[in-house]
Design a binder for this molecule. Sequence first.
Ligand SMILES: [Zn+2]
Length: 150
Amino acid sequence: MPERRLTLNQYKPIRAELVNALKSKKCKGFIDTLVRYNSGQSIDSQEEIPAFADYIYNSEDGGIFWATGSGYQVGKKIKIFPCCPDLYARTAAETLMHELIHGLQGPGSDDQLDRDLRDLGIVPIGNDGKPLPFPTGVKDGKPYNDWSGY
Ligand SMILES: [Zn+2]
């Protein structure tokens, strides 16, 4: 299956969702704290997340693509879920934000970020308003990938 890059018309509303979400102090503070804790670098996510998204979007040797499986970020390439026509900008922005954080976080992956949150004493809240349990990486005594995409 050929890769489908996001068109500008598809990218614009997703970018607008990112900018809108980052107007929230809670969202901006969360990303700033997490990235600083993990990478040692201070960022202003309100500025840097949209700028980084544009940089990736415009990269000749990278870009933002629709994923056929799960989202991913490697170097200047990001894949996000194609989801649900009416909710598409919102859910696409959520997966894009997640992958952009990976691009800025420095070392580690999902499990590293989960440990950071635990160390920072931040408890993620699910869509139902209840705190989410901490992933263990183990199920029935075997390694199991439950590191989340908070
Ligand atoms: Zn991830």
